[in-house]
Design a protein around this ligand. Structure first.
Ligand code: ATP
Length: 371
């Protein structure tokens, strides 16, 4: 078990790439931290610096308060699980799991106890005598996890551990990892491209872009209160819709002008615009697909809604829900509506925006003004 502290951590590779810029974070014992961000944003580099596989150019890494920058990887008490789990093909599952402990000259009895305990936790007991080629992808992945947990490390680092698995196995292994975390209580840092993994596994998510941390927050806060346009667009699928709008302030009220209409804003969204003297300035309105409703005859909206007449371009049925795509002014917009919708491509419909759920961003800085 371990806390991890990163202070002003930077990585500049010998070729001059500044891969990680002023990374600051305090990770508490037993947290499950997720790193997300587009390819090349510095997730793996940060993980490798924590593991000791990559030098830290400047800044400080501490584990349980102890300065770690110069400590050898093998002395950091960290286990890393990669996406290519690289099991030894000529060794059995048992020997693959025992391998690291044998290298560390752990007594045979202790090794046996640790391997059998890990096998029990990961449901591998029946497979201990098999060679990797006789295992499914998910079983191989569990052996790779087993190899890491027998060492009882303080910290687990996982770099896209499930990316080689098919969709069904990913879901199964995701649940396994969540259980493993609850059972072992080890601090975990986990890199993924998968939104669902990030949202469901993480106690906190770190969103990175171009080597810079954009926001560190709980999954719910990231989704509901993104700090800028990038985070808002990155978290959520289909992604948040963005529309150009102009602010109008009249006395104690604020409006967003959009496609010839003037949307009155609820008080808490209006306040930062009034306080910041935003009258006449350009902003970006953000609204998630699930906050746009198809207005049917029986439609009753509890919250403040605002309507637009649009024409459906594309209809996508995903079983329990439907995505409707349409244009609003010059922007393409997606709405997630109920699966019983009768709307099909070419049909006209009225959509209603839930104004309580909109986000407003500064068009120049792209920072959030109201969430
Ligand atoms: P991905 O999601 O594609 O794995 P990532 O977020 O993990 O990406 P990193 O692998 O950390 O990104 O790379 C960050 C930046 O550093 C990229 O611009 C990459 O090209 C560069 N980089 C990574 N490793 C090296 C290296 N050994 N030498 C030079 N530049 C590197």
């Amino acid at each position: 078990m371990a806390s991890i502290s990163l202070k002003d951590v930077n990585k500049v590779y010998p070729n001059g790439v500044h891969a990680v810029i002023d990374f600051n974070m305090e990770i508490a014992d037993q947290e499950f931290i997720i790193f997300v961000g587009p390819s090349g944003c510095g997730k793996t580099t940060t993980l490798r610096m924590i593991a000791g596989l990559e030098d830290i150019t400047s800044g400080e890494l501490r584990i349980d308060g102890k300065y770690m920058n110069d400590v050898e990887p093998k002395d950091r008490d960290i286990a890393m699980v990669f996406q290519n789990y690289a099991l030894y093909p000529h060794l059995t599952v048992y020997d693959n799991m025992a391998f690291g402990l044998k290298l560390h000259k752990v007594p045979r009895k202790e090794i046996d106890r640790a391997v059998r305990e890990a096998a029990r936790i990961l449901d591998l007991t029946e497979l201990l005598n098999r060679k990797p080629k006789a295992l499914s992808g998910g079983q191989k992945q569990r052996v790779a996890m087993g190899r890491a947990i027998v060492r009882k490390p303080k910290v687990f680092l996982m770099d896209e551990p499930l990316s080689n698995l098919d969709a069904k196995l990913r879901v199964q292994m995701r649940a396994e990892i969540a259980k493993l975390h609850q059972r072992l209580g080890t601090t975990i840092i986990y890199v993924t491209h998968d939104q669902t993994e990030a949202m469901t596994l993480g106690t906190r998510i770190v969103v990175m872009k171009d080597g810079v941390v954009q926001q560190i927050d709980s999954p719910q806060n990231l989704y509901e209160k993104p700090c800028n346009l990038f985070v808002a667009g990155f978290m959520g699928s289909p992604q948040m819709n963005f529309l150009d709008a102009t602010v109008r302030i009249s006395g104690a009220r604020a409006f967003l002008e959009l496609e010839g209409q003037s949307i009155p804003l609820p008080e808490e969204k209006a306040k930062p615009l009034i306080d910041g003297e935003w009258d006449g300035r350009s902003v970006i309105l953000g609204i998630r697909p699930e906050d746009i409703f198809e207005k049917k005859e029986s439609f009753a909206f509890g919250n403040q809604g605002f309507d637009f007449q649009v024409t459906c371009d594309v209809y996508e049925l995903l079983g329990a829900e439907v995505f409707l795509y349409f244009e609003l002014g010059s922007s393409a917009v997606t709405a997630r509506v109920e699966s019983d919708t009768r709307v099909r491509p070419g049909d006209k419909l009225t959509v209603s925006f839930d104004i309580d759920k909109i986000h407003i961003f500064d068009k120049d800085t792209e920072e959030a003004i109201a969430n």
